[in-house]
Ligand binder design. Structure first.
Ligand SMILES: Cc1cc2nc3c(=O)[nH]c(=O)nc-3n(C[C@H](O)[C@H](O)[C@H](O)COP(=O)(O)OP(=O)(O)OC[C@H]3O[C@@H](n4cnc5c(N)ncnc54)[C@H](O)[C@@H]3O)c2cc1C
Length: 398
């Protein structure tokens, strides 16, 4: 690890958590309306910002500047204090910020990074019907007209788009070029005329995602990020952040909240007085999870540090994302097995908490949120095979 963290730093964060993490937020955030969820998330973001903890991974000049070991300590303490997660700001502080820092102009960074710290919400408009895993087949078109692009098409599965101020948008600017070479990347103001946002109602009753219908939406050329027709390369910064950087916090949550609750669940006496943890098979599974989580945490730190040093391998973020998401699925699936019938009857869990609720069946269902987006597990395995191990490439159209 590149540097160490003083005990004072940890003690300071712990004290801050003691004074600032809202008590009873889990019960207060269960069964709330969308408006209450947004208000709570915005308030928690402001609280973290006032402590200097909202964007620890950003450069210092924009309000961040923590070393990776400091970030790890921060995430450990937030997880140990069972703090709410920044669900609403997730795309803004990770995907949008990483893309702006990697490919944005100075003007774009100065316009948007402070605004994100002031609460600007972002969504990601990549996927389309017929272009999910095969993202390069996207058909939303952007035609240049003077100083503007005119965008028409449909986006799907845009998380949180109903609340977003801005969208990271991929659209085809050259229909005649090979498919990866004709795509451009835009910053789209969600208040532009021609955008119809339709939330998708899920089986759980929530509307996590939206469809976006874009009808001749005008985007100024100044909101192109990266050069025209280089959107595919720019998108790799966004996807790299989604698969890699975000995992630093998630790995600590899995270790601190997820595993701790699983151990507690296994230690709870059943009706016959026996405890699952006294069963050797259960104890063995817990030991394996603990070992895997220790490995995941080290892997995440290593990848994020190498990313910062510019020495990360092309498939490193995919390794972390694949390992995290499948471990999360195994762990919550085991929780659902141990929780038995009681776990099946829990129907509601708090907003603002991500998957970590201890409502095991719901958490297991929620874990699929991590094996699909940002490239499914199958796609991550292909990336690891091709870019990491140098295996022959999967046949592709062009
Ligand atoms: C919780 C969640 C949040 C999301 N948020 C966003 C968002 O904010 N913005 C956004 O743009 N998108 C978002 N998505 C969409 C996500 O990126 C896509 O669902 C994902 O890329 C898969 O695409 P698809 O759904 O079209 O499935 P498909 O691509 O049709 O895949 C279906 C199945 O086929 C497999 N498959 C496909 N191609 C191959 C291949 N070449 N080799 C092996 N197996 C293959 C896949 O692994 C999968 O199991 C989100 C999805 C989820 C679940």
């Amino acid at each position: 690890m590149s540097s160490t963290v003083t005990g004072d730093f940890r003690a300071g964060v712990r004290e801050w958590c003691r004074s600032n993490v809202p008590s009873q937020w889990r019960s207060a955030q269960t069964g709330v309306s969308d408006t209450e969820f947004v208000a709570f998330q915005q308030e928690w973001f402001r609280t973290l910002r006032s402590g200097g903890f909202a964007v620890p991974h950003w450069p210092k000049e924009f309000g961040g500047g923590m070393t990776v070991p400091e970030q790890v300590v921060l995430y450990q303490e937030l997880a140990a204090a069972d703090a709410p997660r920044l669900v609403l700001a997730f795309v803004a502080i990770h995907h949008a910020a990483s893309t702006l820092l990697a490919a944005g102009t100075e003007a774009q960074r100065r316009r948007h990074l402070p605004a994100i710290l002031d609460g600007e919400i972002w969504c990601q408009g990549f996927s389309e019907p017929g272009a999910g895993s095969d993202l390069a087949s996207l058909r939303t078109s952007a035609r240049r007209e003077g100083d503007e692009f005119v965008v028409t098409g449909q986006k799907l599965w845009a998380s949180g788009a109903q609340h977003a101020d801005w969208c990271l948008l991929l659209a085809r600017t050259d229909p005649d070029a090979p498919k990866r070479k004709g795509i451009s990347y835009f910053l789209m103001d969600m208040r532009s005329p021609g955008i119809d946002v339709r939330p998708i109602k899920q089986a759980t009753g929530e509307s996590h995602f939206c469809e976006l219908f874009l009808d001749q939406v005008r985007i100024p050329v100044s909101q192109l990020i990266g050069a025209e027709n280089t959107g595919w390369q720019v998108a790799q910064s966004t996807l790299g952040a989604e698969r890699g950087l975000t995992m630093l916090e998630l790995a600590e949550r899995l270790g601190n909240a997820g595993f701790r609750w699983l151990v507690e669940e296994c230690g709870r006496p059943r009706r016959d007085g026996g405890r699952p943890i006294d069963d050797a098979v259960v104890a063995d599974r817990l030991a394996v999870f603990e070992t895997e989580i220790a490995g995941l945490r080290l892997l995440c730190r290593d990848v994020v540090e190498r990313h910062e040093a510019g020495t990360a391998g092309a498939a490193d973020a995919s390794v972390v994302k694949l390992f995290y998401s499948e471990l999360l699925q195994r762990l919550t699936g085991f929780g659902a097995e141990i929780g038995g019938l009681a776990a099946q009857s829990v129907v509601g869990k708090p907003s603002s908490g991500g998957w970590e609720s201890g409502a095991w069946v719901l958490d297991f269902v929620g874990s699929w949120e991590w094996t699909i987006p940002g490239g499914s597990s199958e796609i991550q395995r292909t990336i690891i095979g091709e870019r990491g191990l140098g295996l022959p490439r999967e046949p592709a159209g062009n």
